[in-house]
Design a protein. Structure first.
Length: 230
């Protein structure tokens, strides 16, 4: 780049200098990095608990927004804690999961995950990500519970936002992690889901950086039921 600039500037012709200047200005615009502190992520505006504009859904979205209701037979919904879910193996490379895959058999299982809310974030696809740990906090394991945008999940989103002082509207990614005024113990009901976006190459059950050690790749997605205990 520096060699090209010097070569263009060696010609003293006024016309060439004007052409050179125009070329250099165009090149600078094309080559310039984003302004310091400016995010390259697409802006999503959360207008209310249930409405967001600009959400960019991707990667197994039909599976992530599966609207099947929990079975009426409660014996088909297995109680579980975050530390127990973290002990699961991953799906392994032989599962051949891709970002377009439908739900596999192990993702058709229903669970009632009980834990204490440790963290709440919003994401670029409009989801609310609720991180749960064991209610007693004594064992390793963090599991996400995802609440998509849309009518079936509106009441759950309203409940989660009621634990925060967040005002509307606000933008992602300017704000992703939400402050919490409450960290209740809850039970979320939904199907298990292996989040390939955060999975290691060996498809095991430990998320890589920037997630904390003990963060499960398996999650509940989408949440189809929620109960607050305390």
């Amino acid at each position: 780049m520096a060699f090209l600039v010097r070569s263009l500037c060696d010609n003293n012709s006024p016309i060439m200098n004007l052409r050179t200047l125009a070329f250099l200005l165009l090149t600078c615009l094309l080559w310039a990095p984003p302004a310091f502190g400016q995010s390259s992520k697409q802006v999503v505006t959360f207008r209310s608990s249930c409405v967001c504009k600009g959400a960019h859904a991707k990667d197994r979205w039909p599976a992530k927004t599966d609207r099947e209701l929990p079975p009426g037979d409660k014996s088909k919904i297995e109680p579980i804690t975050p530390s127990q879910m973290f002990q699961w193996p991953g799906v392994g490379v032989d599962a051949h999961l891709t970002r377009q895959s439908k739900r596999i058999a192990s993702e058709q299982r229903w669970f009632a995950l009980t834990g204490r809310v440790a963290d709440v974030r919003v994401e670029g696809d409009g989801d609310i990500h609720v991180a749960l740990v064991d209610a007693n906090g004594s064992k390793t394991g963090i599991v996400g519970a995802e609440i998509p945008p849309g009518t079936p999940w509106c009441k759950f989103r309203q409940l989660v936002f009621s634990w925060t002082p967040q005002e509307f509207p606000f933008n992602y990614p300017n704000r992703s992690r939400l402050a919490l005024q409450k960290k209740p113990v809850i039970t979320v009901t939904g199907k298990a889901f292996y989040d390939i976006d955060h999975a290691p190459k060996d498809r095991s059950n430990q998320r890589g950086k920037p997630f904390a050690p003990g963060y499960s790749v398996w999650e509940i997605h989408p949440v189809m039921g929620m109960a607050v205990h305390q």
